[in-house]
Ligand binder design. Structure first.
Ligand SMILES: Cc1ncc(COP(=O)(O)O)c(C=O)c1O
Length: 459
């Protein structure tokens, strides 16, 4: 009988006194945290509970546009005042021309300082690190400055549960860079069941009174299911045990495999995996494989073709495939991937390889990509406060997307993947954003929030 929930024998995940308490203490110790909870309904739930506890209702929070939508959902529920960080670290992070840049910007300490200068006092800074592309924010430097003014640093480490290992090959985890709390999706990068996740509060945040674990626990009781799956919770314990005892060897093996993949595919696609970044910048997760296609080739098309050969790619944007290797992925599987990619690209007709989409009257992949990046780096032009944006509170109407310039979006419009909103609810729609929406759709990127050519806007 595996499908147990909270029984006398299993303990209570949010009032742990028995085996769950022991397991949580071991997890906290291994992950370098002062207090840990298992979450059996995803980092989404952890982010909501964390922000509800700290900074809590009405708090002032700095956040980058390239954040998961749960942050805005928390802001709507909690009337958080958002100061947007214009992130731009990527030019420095990927300053070596031979390393292709990712789509999303990442937050460096200079971006953070600019945001503080324009927003004024703040209670919390919320960072996403590593992001979908494996780029990391400058957490430690930002934490030093935030702590000096009594603010907290919260990290969405959904993509970095494996960093808990503390390996010399991996960037330091948020807990080891002085963040006050973080949320990790064990199900993304560890062998844990979906949607197994963890929430950690650091020892120093507790000791200095910056975060009260009791309040976080109380908020988890509001946002978490009262029937957590112990199967999912147990898979977190097992995956951390695995990481502790076998992680080093497997991670090293994956790094060798990724390096091999890059060499094997040289001249076909550019593989950024183990390539390391520049001094003075946060690191990049070497286990996040980013494959950059030659100019005229659509990564979305290649992704579809790979799926046809039973190869699952985590996501594609216009130019890149992002792959998350299973921790025990074999060299034979890397070989299959390399062969499949090579044969797909070799098999593309000449006109695909050497023409650009522009010749067919569309925006080229390169132009669309540049505009997408530029929009991700800037602040959204928000017309309303987050708390005014709760679905049901606003009077809305549906209009043709082509007529939407000058209106205010009532829903998020999200390219999927990577799932980072292009338009936030409450954001003014300008001509540049509409042009990007059009170009993305022409280039095969699916967008949620647009149905039958209609978008929902405020009346
Ligand atoms: C950056 C980031 N944060 C948070 C989440 C939410 O994580 P979960 O699926 O565990 O709820 C995701 C999901 O893809 C994500 O990419």
């Amino acid at each position: 009988m595996l499908d147990a929930t909270e029984l006398h024998q299993t303990d209570d995940l949010l009032n742990p006194v028995g085996p769950a308490g022991k397991s949580l203490k071991m997890a906290a110790r291994f992950c370098g945290a002062g207090w840990t909870r298992y979450i059996t309904c995803g980092s989404t739930c952890g982010i909501l509970a964390l922000l509800a506890a700290c900074p809590g209702h009405g708090g002032r929070i700095l956040v980058s546009r390239a954040s998961h939508q749960s942050v805005l959902h928390a802001a709507m529920l909690l009337d958080l005042q958002i100061g947007w960080i214009e992130a731009s670290l990527w030019p420095e992070l990927y300053s070596d021309d031979s390393v292709p840049q990712p789509l999303l910007p990442q937050v460096g300490v200079a971006d953070f300082r600019r945001a503080v200068a324009s927003f004024g006092s703040y209670d919390a800074v919320f960072l996403t690190s590593p992001d979908y592309y494996g780029s990391c924010a400058q957490i430690k430097e930002i934490a030093d400055e935030a702590h000096a003014v009594g603010a907290v640093v919260l990290v969405d480490e959904a993509h970095g549960a494996h960093l808990a290992l503390g390996s010399e090959f991996l960037p330091a985890s948020a807990m080891r860079q002085n963040a006050d709390a973080c949320v990790q999706s064990a199900h993304k990068t560890l062998p844990a069941l979906t949607p197994a996740s963890l929430l950690h509060v650091s020892e120093s945040a507790i000791a200095n009174g910056r975060i009260d674990p009791g309040t976080v626990n109380a908020m988890l009781k509001i946002f978490h299911t009262s029937s957590p799956s112990f199967l999912i919770a147990a898979s977190i314990e097992v995956s951390l045990d695995w990481l502790k005892y076998s992680g080093h060897g497997f991670i090293k093996q994956q790094m060798l495999n990724i390096e091999w993949l890059g060499q094997n595919l040289a001249g076909v696609v550019q593989v950024t995996g183990t390539a390391v970044t520049k001094p003075n910048c946060a690191d990049r997760d070497p286990l996040r494989i980013m494959m950059t296609m030659p100019d005229a080739i659509s990564a979305a098309d290649i992704n579809l073709k790979l799926q046809g050969q039973n190869i699952d790619v985590e996501m594609s944007d216009l130019r890149r495939l992002i792959l998350i290797p299973a921790i025990d992925q074999t060299r034979q599987e890397y070989l299959l991937l390399a062969e499949a990619l090579r044969s797909i690209i070799d098999g593309l007709p000449e006109h695909v390889l050497y023409s650009t989409a522009k010749n067919e009257g569309k925006s080229s992949i390169a132009e669309t990509e540049a505009s997408w990046r530029q929009i991700m780096c800037r602040k959204p032009n928000m017309i309303l406060q987050a708390s005014q944006l709760m679905p049901g509170l606003m009077k809305t109407e549906q209009i043709d997307v082509s007529q939407s310039v000058g209106r205010v979006s009532a829903r998020a419009v999200v390219p999927y993947p990577p799932g980072i909103p292009l338009l936030w609810p409450g954001e003014h729609i300008d001509a540049e954003i509409l042009a990007l929406i059009t170009a993305l759709r022409q280039n095969g990127v699916g967008l949620t929030g647009i149905e039958h050519e209609m978008v929902t806007v405020l009346v």
